[in-house]
Design a protein around this ligand. Structure first.
Ligand code: FUC
Length: 738
C-alpha cells in the first residue's frame, strides 16, 4: 500500500467512524425495524412542491427538499416573513392583512449528466433527516439534509463513494427578485418588504477536495469529494407589539448562525439535531398492527395506491399518526410563530387564504393534538402570539362594537402582527381560550394558569358579559352569530352558545384551581345556566341554529354545532345521552360532503367521542386513502390544496379513539376499531397531568400504565369498570386486571 492509499484508508475509516457516532450514542435508530422507523419513501425526485417534496423545519426556519439528480432544489421559509400590519379595519383584501411569503430557493446544479439508478428519496420522521441516494456511472451518491433547532440552520451534506465527483454550480434565489451577492464560499441576499420588514439569507459551503470559487452571483465547485451546505435565514420580525413588531436587521444574527454551524463537524451537527428532535418525538410510540413486508417495502405513493385498492396497512396508520407529531415539532417550537394554514411551508407570495391563521377551526385544529400527543411545549407559540396581539385585537373590537365593550373578539383570519381580516367570528377568542385552559388541564402548571391563561380567559368573559343579549324569557344568546360557513346571521347560533358555555365552564374551573374570584365565578355560573342550550330538532338532529332550520340534505363541510361534542365537553354519551344521540343523527346526515381533510379529521374525533369506533376509523382511513398526497401532506377543499390542519387533526382524532379524558375520567380504549384490534401505545397524555401506556390484544386491554407527573387522584375507565387511583408525584401504576 503506497502512502497515498494509506492516507485515503485512514480518512475513510475516520469518516465511517464519525458517521456512525450517532449510532453509538443511540440517537439514530438502527434500521432494524422498518415497521416503526417512520419512513416516507419516494423513488423519484419531486417535481411538485406540494405533493412530492419533503418538509423539514426547526419551528421557525423550514424547507422543502426536491432531491433532483441534475439539480437539487431546496425551497425555504422563515415563519415570520409576512407582508401586512395591524390592519385595524379588517379589510381582508387590503394590504394590511398581508400574506405569508416565500423566502427563496437554493439550487445546486451538478455536472454529471448520465441517468441515475437505484434512486431513493426518504424522509425519516423519527430522525427528521431527508436522505437522497442514487448511483451514477458506478458511483454512489448520498445527500442528507436536516433543519437544526439547536443550531438554527439547514444543513445539507452531499457525499459520494468515489473522490472528486462533485462539480457544478450553486445559486441562491430570493422570492422577491433580490440580487444575490457571492463571496468565495458564501451567497447572500437581503431585502425589505413593503411593510418595512427586513430579511436576509446566507448560504455557506464547505468542500473537501476540489475547489470552490465565486462566479458572478453563483458559486462554482469543481472536483470536490463532498460538500456541506449551511443555509441560515431570518427577518427583523419580533413578537412585540410595543416595538411595532420589528427589531434589528437580521444580518448579524444570520451571519453568526451560518459561521457557527460551519465551524462544527457534520456529525456533531447531525448528532445534536437528532437528539433534540428525538427528545420530543420519542415520547410517544405506537403500534396499530403489522403490515405485510411486500406492502411496507413499496414507495409511499405506490403504498397509498395499494391502500386505495383495498390493501390493509396499519403501519401507514401509524406513520400518519406520527407525521402529525413530526410536523408540529418542525413548525411550532417555543419562541416561534404558531403553525399557520400550511405549517410554515409555502412556495408562493400569494398562498391559499394568505397562509394565515384561520380562527373558525383551522388554527385550533393545528393544536388539538399538542397536549394529548405529548408535545405541550409546541403549544406555547399559540399563546404567545394571541397574548402579544391583544392590543390590536382590543382596538379592532372597539372600532366595530363600540368603545364601551370590554375584552375582545376576532375576525375569521389573522396575521402575526395582530391584524385581522374577513368576517367577524365572534366566539373565536373564546375558542382560543379553550386552548389556554387545556394547556393547564393537561400540564397543571399553576404559575402559567395564573399569569397567562386566567387573565386571557377572564378578558374574553368580559366581552361576553357585555355582549350577551337577554331574550324576553330571561335566557341569554350571542347576538348576530354565524355558523361557519353557511346559513343565516342571527341570534343564538349553537356554535356561539356552545363555545360560550365552554369558556364560562373553563373560567370557573380556573378560578377554583387558583382559589380566586368566588363571586365572579358565581356570576359566570349564573350566566351559564341562562344560556340557550343545545336543542333537538324535528328529525332528531342536534340543531345548528336556535330555530329548527336544519336541512337533512345539507352536507356542508363545517360541523360547527358539534363543538360541544369535540373539542368541547358540554355533550357526552355519559352525561347528556339524548344530545349525544342527536349529534350522531346530525353527523350521519352531513355524510362525507366535499373532500376536506380537516373535515375528516374532525369527524374522526367526533365519532370517537360518540364511542362509535368503526365510524371514527372510516374517517381516519379516508384521510389515508383519499386525502394523503405522496409526501403524506393532507389535501383540503377546494381543489385539494395542501392544508396542514388535516395532518394535525387526524393525530388528535386517533388519540380520541385510544384515550379520552374530557369527562372527568381517563377512558382507556374508548373507540378501538377492528382495524387496530391488536397493538400498543406509549406516552399519550391525559388531563390531570397523567401519561398512559397501553397494550391490547384482539380488542381487549392487556395492561395499562398510568404515570402521574404531579401526583393526584384519577378515575380510570375500562368499558364499564372504573378504578380509582391515587398517585404520588412521578409515581407509575400498572393495571393488568380488568
Ligand atoms: C375555512 C374552511 C375552508 C378552508 C379555510 C382555510 O374557512 O371553510 O375549507 O379550510 O378555512
Amino acid at each position: 500500500m503506497n502512502h497515498k492509499t494509506l492516507h485515503h484508508q485512514i480518512i475513510l475509516i475516520f469518516f465511517t467512524f464519525a458517521g456512525m457516532l450517532p449510532l453509538f450514542f443511540g440517537c439514530i435508530p438502527k434500521d432494524d425495524d422498518k415497521h416503526t422507523n417512520g419512513i416516507i419513501l419516494l423513488e423519484k425526485p419531486a417535481t411538485d412542491w406540494e405533493k412530492e417534496a419533503f418538509p423539514l423545519g426547526n419551528g421557525s426556519l423550514g424547507c422543502m427538499v426536491f432531491g433532483g439528480v441534475e439539480e437539487e432544489r431546496i425551497q425555504f421559509n422563515v415563519d415570520n416573513l409576512w407582508t401586512g400590519d395591524e390592519n385595524l379595519t379588517g379589510d381582508y383584501a387590503a394590504p394590511g392583512m398581508g400574506m405569508y411569503q416565500n423566502f427563496g430557493n437554493l439550487y445546486v446544479a451538478l455536472d454529471a449528466r448520465s441517468p441515475a439508478t437505484k434512486y431513493r428519496r426518504e424522509l425519516n420522521i423519527s430522525t427528521a433527516v431527508c436522505r437522497v441516494a442514487y448511483q451514477q456511472d458506478g458511483t454512489e451518491f448520498i445527500r442528507e439534509t436536516f433543519c437544526s433547532h439547536p443550531d438554527k440552520v439547514i444543513v445539507s451534506r452531499m457525499t459520494a463513494s468515489a473522490k472528486g465527483k462533485y462539480s457544478g454550480r450553486m445559486r441562491l434565489a430570493g422570492a422577491h427578485g433580490e440580487e444575490t451577492s457571492a463571496q468565495s464560499n458564501r451567497l447572500t441576499f437581503t431585502g425589505t418588504l413593503d411593510n418595512g420588514l427586513e430579511y436576509e439569507a446566507q448560504v455557506l459551503v464547505e468542500v473537501e477536495g476540489g475547489t470552490i470559487r465565486k462566479e458572478g452571483d453563483s458559486l462554482v465547485f469543481s472536483g470536490c469529494d463532498n460538500l456541506t451546505i449551511i443555509l441560515a435565514a431570518g427577518t427583523s420580525y419580533i413578537m412585540d407589539h410595543d416595538r411595532k413588531w420589528k427589531g434589528e436587521h437580521p444580518h448579524a444574527l444570520v451571519t453568526r448562525q451560518a459561521d457557527r454551524a460551519a465551524k462544527q463537524s457534520w456529525s456533531k451537527l447531525l448528532t445534536v439535531h437528532v437528539k433534540d428532535h428525538q427528545l420530543l418525538y420519542n415520547r410517544v410510540e405506537i403500534d396499530l398492527g403489522r403490515t405485510e413486508e411486500t406492502q411496507i417495502d413499496l414507495p409511499t405513493d405506490q403504498r397509498l395506491q395499494a391502500i386505495r385498492n383495498g390493501k390493509v396497512d396499519p403501519d401507514m396508520d401509524e406513520l400518519l399518526f406520527q407525521y402529525g407529531r413530526y410536523l408540529l415539532i418542525a413548525c411550532s417550537r417555543p419562541g416561534t410563530l404558531p403553525a399557520n394554514l400550511q405549517g410554515l411551508w409555502n412556495d408562493r407570495n400569494d398562498p391559499p387564504w394568505h397562509g394565515d391563521y384561520h380562527s373558525n377551526i383551522n388554527l385550533q385544529m393545528n393544536y388539538w393534538h399538542a397536549e394529548s400527543a405529548n408535545l405541550a411545549e409546541c403549544h406555547t407559540p399559540l399563546f404567545d402570539l394571541l397574548t402579544e396581539s391583544l392590543v390590536p385585537f382590543r382596538k379592532a373590537t372597539k372600532l366595530s362594537y363600540g368603545d364601551d365593550i370590554r375584552g375582545f373578539t376576532m375576525r375569521t383570519s389573522h396575521n402575526p402582527f395582530g391584524g385581522m381580516g374577513w368576517k367577524w367570528n365572534i366566539p373565536a377568542s373564546a375558542w382560543y381560550a379553550q386552548h389556554f385552559w387545556e394547556h393547564y388541564a393537561f400540564g397543571r402548571d399553576k404559575k402559567y394558569l395564573e399569569r397567562v391563561a386566567y387573565p386571557y380567559l377572564k378578558e374574553v368573559c368580559n366581552y361576553w358579559e357585555d355582549r350577551l343579549k337577554e331574550l324576553p324569557d330571561g335566557r341569554l344568546v350571542a347576538p348576530n352569530g354565524w355558523s361557519p360557513e353557511h346559513g343565516p346571521t342571527e341570534d343564538g347560533v349553537s356554535y356561539d352558545q356552545q363555545i360560550i358555555w365552554d369558556l364560562f365552564s373553563n373560567t370557573i374551573e380556573a378560578a377554583e384551581e387558583l382559589g380566586e374570584d368566588k363571586d365572579y365565578s358565581k356570576k359566570l355560573a349564573g350566566m351559564r345556566s341562562r344560556l340557550v342550550g343545545p336543542k333537538i330538532g324535528k328529525w332528531g338532529q342536534l340543531q345548528e341554529w336556535m330555530e329548527d332550520l336544519d336541512d337533512p340534505e345539507d352536507q356542508h363541510r363545517h360541523v360547527s354545532h358539534m363543538f360541544a361534542v369535540y373539542p368541547g365537553r358540554q355533550i357526552s354519551l355519559s352525561k347528556t345521552p339524548g344530545f349525544a344521540k342527536a349529534a350522531a343523527v346530525s353527523l350521519k346526515a352531513r355524510g362525507f360532503g366535499t373532500v376536506v381533510g380537516w373535515g375528516n379529521a374532525w369527524k374522526t374525533a367526533l365519532w370517537a367521542r360518540l364511542l362509535d369506533a368503526e365510524s371514527a376509523y372510516t374517517y381516519y382511513h379516508k384521510e389515508v386513502s383519499a386525502n394523503a398526497f405522496p409526501n403524506l401532506w393532507n389535501g383540503c377543499w377546494p381543489g385539494r390544496v395542501f392544508q396542514i390542519d388535516g395532518n394535525f387533526g387526524i393525530t388528535a382524532g386517533a388519540i380520541e379513539m385510544l384515550l379520552q379524558s374530557h369527562a372527568g375520567e381517563i377512558h382507556l380504549l374508548p373507540a378501538l376499531p377492528e382495524a387496530w384490534a391488536t397493538g400498543s401505545v406509549k406516552g399519550l397524555c391525559a388531563r390531570g397531568g397523567f401519561e398512559v401506556d397501553m397494550e391490547w390484544n384482539e380488542g381487549n386491554l392487556k395492561s395499562a400504565i398510568i404515570f402521574s407527573t404531579k401526583g393526584g387522584t384519577c378515575k380510570v375507565r375500562i368499558q364499564d369498570k372504573v378504578i380509582d387511583l391515587t398517585l404520588k408525584p412521578r409515581e407509575k401504576r400498572k393495571l393488568t386486571k380488568f
